[in-house]
Design a binder for this molecule. Structure first.
Ligand SMILES: Nc1ncnc2c1ncn2[C@@H]1O[C@H](COP(=O)(O)OP(=O)(O)OP(=O)(O)O)[C@@H](O)[C@H]1O
Length: 236
């Protein structure tokens, strides 16, 4: 799904937290959103996901303004996921149930995804008994199961152990490469951005300071000067 942001402003009371004149995310891209605490990354993700409103400005998804149809085709995964008070199976199946997918097909898709994500043993656990990392895996499975056109990820692997991180990153990568899902990933980890992202939006104080191919952003004069991506000098 292509996203075009035009003259977006978001204020919380007197506080302006976002001001983005123009930003275009191409369909099928895998774009990292990086920048200091309080830069407005999560606010942007919430607005794009329809979970918060704008003060002014427009967002176009594949050329259309937001509508029920558009929101049906996207999903947001947060660092602290909100799971339904039911089993893990039910949580993962839920988006398919909403979309009236046949019961048998739901069963097949949930089991297959659980197997790919090495979480079959969690399927009949109650969601509220899961650890933080397990809950994040379930939230990602619930997002991937309906093959969204747009996947918004806000630090989705923050509490994840290294083995699960490999699985989750590979699933996310696969959604982008095989299904053509457009992905926006908020991350503080340059190593993760390097593994996954083609482009980076670098935000600061509510504005997009840089946008482009990952290497260009990391090695931009501004970021070298501020040593923002110092870690990047080692790994690239
Ligand atoms: N509901 C709210 N009411 C008032 N201010 C808010 C609200 N949500 C966020 N803010 C403010 O908006 C600014 C941007 O917050 P946001 O969470 O988008 O930043 P972020 O870049 O995601 O930060 P972090 O890296 O710490 O997660 C911050 O100054 C924050 O305090």
């Amino acid at each position: 799904m292509e996203i075009v942001i035009s003259n977006l402003v978001k204020n919380y009371g007197q506080h302006r937290v976002l001001e983005i004149e123009e930003l275009k995310i191409a369909r099928g891209s895998f774009c990292g959103i990086m920048g200091p605490n309080g830069a407005g990354k999560s606010t942007l993700v919430k607005i794009l996901g329809g979970l918060d409103g704008v003060t002014s400005g427009k967002i176009y998804y594949d050329g259309k303004e937001s509508s029920g149809d558009v929101y049906q085709n996207m999903t947001v995964v947060f660092q602290k996921p909100y799971l339904l008070r039911d089993t893990v199976f039910y949580n993962i199946a839920y988006p398919l149930m909403l979309r009236k997918v046949a019961k048998k097909e739901i069963e097949t898709r949930v089991r297959q995804l659980a197997e790919e994500m090495a979480m079959e043993d969690l399927l009949y656990r109650k969601a509220w008994t899961l650890s933080g990392g397990e809950a994040q895996k379930v939230a990602l499975a619930r997002a991937l199961v309906f093959k969204p056109a747009l996947l918004l990820l806000d630090e989705p692997t923050a509490n994840i152990d290294p083995a699960s991180m490999v699985v989750m990153e590979s699933m996310i990568k696969q959604a982008n490469a095989k299904e053509g899902t457009t992905i926006l990933l908020v991350t503080h980890h340059i190593h993760q951005a390097k593994r996954l992202c083609g482009d980076i939006v670098f935000m600061d104080k509510g504005k997009v300071e840089e946008f482009g191919e990952m290497r260009e952003v990391i090695f931009s004069p501004r970021n070298i000067k501020t040593k923002w991506f110092m870690e990047g000098e080692i790994i690239i």
